[in-house]
Design a binder for this molecule. Structure first.
Ligand code: CA
Ligand code: CA
Length: 405
């Protein structure tokens, strides 16, 4: 009898647990529902499954989208294409404040062009707004103008050709600026009054009036891992040790910035050089700027070094030059060297394959001896196995290791 009571008790506890689970399930699902409004460019056939069309459609999406939650913001997805004469307003007055909204383009191929008429984004009152994956260009004043009581994250955008600044803020806002590129604006970022600014992993190049600036040092919550280059005045001066040492003035080595190609060349100092707590989508340490290595690059010799995408086999207990060089003195050859890219494409070169035929044998050793003793070697041959740019005793250990495993 006692056992039956216990079983009945246990069953009722289980039933209670199940009923609680089922009762709570609908509210859990509700909390995760994200409202998405899609905007497509002018010229989209019919409505094309989009909620709104064109620049005015982006404003309609902003006006009508409900607030999301802090963990699940609602989304305005602006499909790729060029939107002209864009002047957007978010939360003009306090009682139209917008919260928890993510405004995203498609891989910066969504272009919001201001036509030199005003600000592209004017944000008056808003909290937890994210602006991402957009190209924001040709504002008469500011690409993004942040006013009074705003928290906004501006992540992975290209801001270019804006006559005022890329980003300008007054009032007491929180502005987070991560992985953007500011190119050829009146200036990059400037913050006045009491706004607080976090600026990480951005590149500012060829801006007329400053890269990353504020009215006081205290305005910066964080200024780390940014690159400035070719701007008239990069940072504030007179603040003592400023900027923090992770910020650099150096050519970021875009493929062709003037033509709008802001991918990075293989020897870019921005590759995997960003904040180590931020990761790229492939899990590697973050790049600085909005893009990684230019797609379609092939293994080759650039500026005297093999590109990082060349695959060279290495011994784990040998110290190789980093980067691996693909340049040797012309005096080693009877005519100037022309085969540097081929040297980078010989995977076993770093194990002693001097002539790049895929095998390591006495002929490779002979080429090493010839070069090391001042003789001439054929153009296809490179006995610099450790990649430091010279042929000497440090290379012999590598080929002997292959010949006498
Ligand atoms: Ca060989
Ligand atoms: Ca060497």
């Amino acid at each position: 009898m006692k056992i039956i009571v216990q079983i009945v008790g246990l069953v009722s506890v289980v039933l209670l647990a199940i009923s609680i689970l089922f009762r709570s399930a609908p509210s859990l699902v509700q909390a995760q529902t994200v409202v998405t409004k899609t905007v497509c460019p002018v010229g989209t056939t019919g409505q094309g499954g989009c909620d709104f069309i064109g620049a005015s459609g982006i404003q309609n999406a902003i006006n009508t989208i409900p607030d999301g939650t802090s963990t699940n913001p609602n989304v305005i997805l602006i499909k790729k294409g060029v939107y002209t004469d864009v002047q957007l307003q978010i939360g003009m007055v306090a009682n139209t404040k917008k919260s928890n909204i993510r405004i995203t383009g498609e891989d910066t191929e969504t272009v919001l062009d201001g036509g030199q008429k005003g600000d592209i984004f004017y944000i008056g009152f808003a909290s937890n707004i994210t602006i991402t994956n957009l190209t924001i260009r040709n504002a008469k004043t500011y690409g993004i103008y942040v006013r009074n009581d705003v928290s906004v994250s501006i992540v992975r955008n290209v801001l270019s050709g804006n006559s005022g600044l890329g980003i300008y803020s007054v009032g007491n806002s929180q502005v987070t600026v991560i992985n953007n590129i500011f190119y050829a604006n009146g200036g990059g970022v400037n913050i006045l009054e009491n706004a607080q600014l976090t600026v990480i992993n951005n590149i500012a190049m060829n801006n007329k009036n400053g890269a990353f600036r504020a009215s006081a040092k205290e305005r910066f919550t964080k200024l780390e891992y940014n690159i400035a280059y070719g701007n008239s005045a990069d940072w504030n001066t007179g603040w003592g040790e400023w900027p923090p040492v992770s910020n650099k003035i150096i050519d970021p080595k875009f493929v062709n910035a003037a033509a709008g190609d802001l991918y990075l060349l293989v020897d870019s100092p921005a590759l995997n050089a960003g904040d180590p707590t931020i990761l790229n989508s492939d899990g590697t340490k973050s790049h600085i700027g909005a893009f990684g290595l230019a797609p379609g690059l092939i293994c080759g010799c650039l500026d005297g070094s093999c590109s990082t995408i060349c695959t060279l086999e290495k011994f784990s207990d040998i110290t190789y030059s980093t980067p691996l060089k693909c340049a040797l003195a012309d005096s080693l050859f009877s005519t100037p060297q022309t085969n540097k890219t081929a040297w980078c494409k010989a995977p076993k070169r770093t194990k002693g394959d001097a002539n790049g035929d895929g095998v390591i044998n006495m002929l490779d050793y002979f080429y090493y001896v010839a070069a090391a003793s001042g003789g001439k070697i054929p153009l296809a041959v490179n006995p610099d196995f450790n990649g430091d740019g010279v042929v000497n005793v440090s290379d012999i250990a590598i080929i002997l290791k292959s010949l006498n495993p």
